[in-house]
Design a protein around this ligand. Structure first.
Ligand SMILES: Nc1ncnc2c1ncn2[C@@H]1O[C@H](COP(=O)(O)OP(=O)(O)O)[C@@H](O)[C@H]1O
Ligand SMILES: [Mg+2]
Length: 216
């Protein structure tokens, strides 16, 4: 395994993952770190094609297991072609969603179960795990209200019912309890600047970096 670190951004719709990942990328770059920002599903040409199948169209177009398998199909391609080579080249990888989203959405939301998704995880990516995972936690209605204010049509998951999103929130929190060394839960209902500070301080402490501004 390479010398770069992988940090993933997890949480429900509208929890601020994409916003905060962009801020952290700039903080790391200012500190002289080589950064690759990427996302799931997607991150390679083939995986982006799979993404289109997952984020557009009728909410019930796929059986849950088909969804899970497509997420892992995309993930293996992304990991092998993009993430692992970057880490080997001492580049830090910031990824907007990763396996925890499959645990939460397909395992929790659709009810396939964490054990079943963990089996797929083992088959697909073995023991590979991010070095640090942020779980952005926010009330389901508040998050969805933020997400619906955003432009774009990649909304197939957003259109699933509110109970689906409640199960997702609970499952993310369960995953964080299961892996407390890797996962840091962030109260994402706070203002952008406050959340940014919490993210930056966590990364600075965890990896011994000086990320400048707003250190207490
Ligand atoms: N802490 C925050 N407070 C208020 N609005 C926010 C906050 N973080 C993000 N937003 C806004 O909410 C919307 C969703 O944020 P985004 O980063 O796209 O969430 P996600 O990637 O988790 O779905 C965007 O319009 C963004 O500007
Ligand atoms: Mg996003």
């Amino acid at each position: 395994m390479g010398m770069g670190k992988m940090i993933t951004f997890e949480g429900g719709e509208g929890s601020g993952k994409s916003t905060q990942m962009a801020f952290l990328a700039r903080s790391l770059e200012r500190a002289g770190v080589d950064v690759l920002t990427t996302r799931e599903p997607g991150g390679t040409e083939g995986a982006e094609q799979i993404r289109a199948l997952l984020v557009h169209g009728a909410v019930d177009r796929w059986p849950p297991m088909s969804e899970a398998l497509m997420h892992f199909a995309a993930r293996v391609d992304h990991l092998e072609q993009n993430i692992l080579p970057a880490l080997d080249g001492n580049t830090w990888v910031l990824c907007d969603r990763f396996t925890d989203s499959t645990l939460a959405y397909q395992g929790g939301g659709h009810g396939l179960g964490l054990d079943e998704i963990s089996v797929l995880q083992q088959l697909a990516i073995g023991t590979f795990r991010p070095d640090l995972t942020f779980v952005f936690d926010i009330g389901v209605e508040e998050g969805l209200a933020r997400a619906f204010g955003r432009v774009g049509s990649e909304d197939r998951y957003e259109r699933m019912d509110v109970d689906f999103h409640r199960r997702i929130r609970e499952t993310f929190l369960q995953v964080a309890r299961n892996e407390p060394e890797r996962c840091v839960v962030i109260d994402a209902a706070r203002g952008i600047e406050e959340v940014q500070q919490a993210v930056r301080n966590t990364v600075a402490d965890r990896f011994g970096l000086d990320l400048g501004a707003d250190r207490p």
